[in-house]
Design a protein around this ligand. Structure first.
Ligand code: GLN
Length: 479
């Protein structure tokens, strides 16, 4: 199939069906560098017999906090509603080199702060399995677009669960790489010591292919690791011999939704039947993850977002006669940032203020180190750890927007992994009955740092042994 036909098909689906779920903020369907233009260029190169890369002609959606030199990069915020990046993020450059065609910029929680994709200045994204539900966040638009069958691949970013959570709620594969695996250059920073970009795909193999394209050292990001990048798709079907998988006692919390608990236990049994040894392990600090994360992440966010002051960057408010510079800062930031972002800035500024710094920020950093140490201990006795992704399946739109703490608790199983800098992924693991509908639920696999190859192989073994990876949402199957 020619890339142009594929891309036209993708754009057609988005035009027809996206009004039902609103996964995209903008579609790159016009002007220089448009998706069609990119696709034609790839087709021409193929016709000339050139080597066009592993993703030649494939359509991909990019989360709208990742800079693209074509179109806008809004971060789903009024602060950046009309922002045009002068450059491509390193990952976008890598996509282009691999032949991929960027078709659209996907919706997210404003500045990636949220767990449901409802905190967007462009309105919420809906879950393609049940449009009354959230797709999970913050990369909800990217996950929903893949789950709805619009495009086979998408990019998200994960600071505390934002790839794994929507992957789980939308029934697709999502990978959060080791901190440092993928360049953050051109990712609008939320919490720089936690942020990582990663792939969404319908299968483990596709995720592995895309991940390889994204990874590698980058002179523009000093935290990117100078390690060789393996071919993650190679040997994907080989399950590690003598596989030992840790199941934290704390992950079997009575607070889990009973259907999530059932799917999790069944997933463990699948691995047991494949010959894996299941080891009970302790992650005693799991319960402190939320507290530590919601200090560290807002602290970094308050610092990163300080640049949006209406002068150097971002929306500039108009002033009434007699108003001064202080009013300009206040008005621009009040108009530009939504309520959740403002809450994070206030939280972050508070925990960093003198007098509170030691009590909050420094304590959280100590917990962070202890969490890392706990994972190290667990990995001395097993290859990987299994956990649920979230305590509940996709909830209803509006259900948690008035209760920030309930929203934060959605991240209980994901944030510790970012604090420890580890790779983790969500793979479809079953269906949960909830309120008369069936909703996908993911299994989270966590591996030691830079062991993505092994993690993907463990996921692939599960995918091969179960029917869950081939389930499609009603939208994708044309229903
Ligand atoms: N839900 C978490 C937060 O709001 C994680 C978001 C993310 O990973 N970007 O901070």
């Amino acid at each position: 199939m020619r890339s142009e036909d594929h891309v036209r098909d993708v754009l057609g689906r988005i035009a027809r069906q996206d009004p039902d779920i609103r996964s995209m903020i903008s579609v790159l369907d016009e002007g220089p560098g448009s998706a069609i233009e990119q696709a034609r260029a790839i087709d021409a190169r193929i016709a000339r017999g050139e080597d066009v890369g592993p993703l030649a002609g494939v359509a991909i959606a990019v989360k709208d906090n990742i800079c693209t030199s074509v179109g806008t990069t809004t971060c789903a915020s009024n602060m950046l509603r009309s922002y045009r990046s002068p450059y491509d993020a390193t990952v976008v450059e890598r996509l282009r080199r691999a032949g991929a065609v960027v078709v659209a910029k996907a919706n997210l929680d404003e500045f990636a702060m949220g767990s449901s994709c409802e905190h967007s200045a462009f309105g919420p994204t809906h879950n393609p399995w049940d449009r009354t539900r959230v797709p999970g966040g913050s990369s909800g638009g990217s996950a929903a677009a893949v789950a709805a069958g619009f495009c086979p691949l998408a990019l998200g970013s994960d600071t505390g669960g934002s790839i794994r959570l929507p992957a789980s709620h939308c029934g697709i594969v999502g990978v959060k790489p080791t901190y440092g695996r993928v360049s953050r250059y051109g990712l609008v920073a939320y919490a720089s010591s936690l942020d990582q970009i990663g792939p969404f795909a319908r299968s483990v193999e596709d995720a592995a292919l895309l991940l390889r394209v994204l990874c590698g050292e980058d002179a523009h990001d000093s935290t990117s690791a100078s390690l060789p990048v393996p071919d993650f798709a190679l040997g994907l079907d080989e399950t590690p011999a003598g596989l030992r998988l840790g199941v934290p006692r704390q992950a079997r919390s009575s607070a889990n939704n009973p259907e999530v608990a059932r799917v999790f236990e069944e997933a463990i049994e699948v691995y047991r039947s494949l010959g894996a040894t299941i080891v009970d392990v302790d992650l005693a600090l799991l319960d402190h993850g939320i507290a530590a994360y919601y200090i560290v992440a807002p602290a970094e966010a308050s610092s990163n977002l300080a640049r949006f002051d209406g002068i150097r960057y971002g929306h500039r408010a108009s002033l009434a006669p007699g108003e001064d510079l202080f009013d300009l800062y206040c008005k621009s930031r009040s108009e530009g940032f939504g309520p959740e972002v403002q809450r994070r800035i206030m939280l972050g500024t508070h925990v960093l203020s003198s007098g509170y710094y030691d009590a909050y920020y420094n304590t959280a950093l100590k917990v962070r180190r202890a969490i890392k140490h706990e994972f190290d201990t667990v990995f001395s006795s097993c290859h990987a750890v299994l956990m649920p992704v979230a305590p509940s399946p996709a909830f209803r739109l509006g259900e948690k927007t008035q209760d920030p703490l309930a929203m934060y608790l959605e991240d209980v199983y994901t944030v510790t992994i970012n604090l420890a800098g580890l790779p983790a992924m969500s793979v479809p693991a079953g269906m949960a009955r909830d309120g008369g509908v069936s909703l996908p639920v993911g299994l989270q696999i966590v591996s030691p740092a830079f062991e993505e190859s092994m993690m993907l192989r463990i996921a692939r073994a599960f995918e091969r042994a179960t029917p869950w990876g081939s389930m499609r949402s009603p939208m994708a199957s044309g229903a």
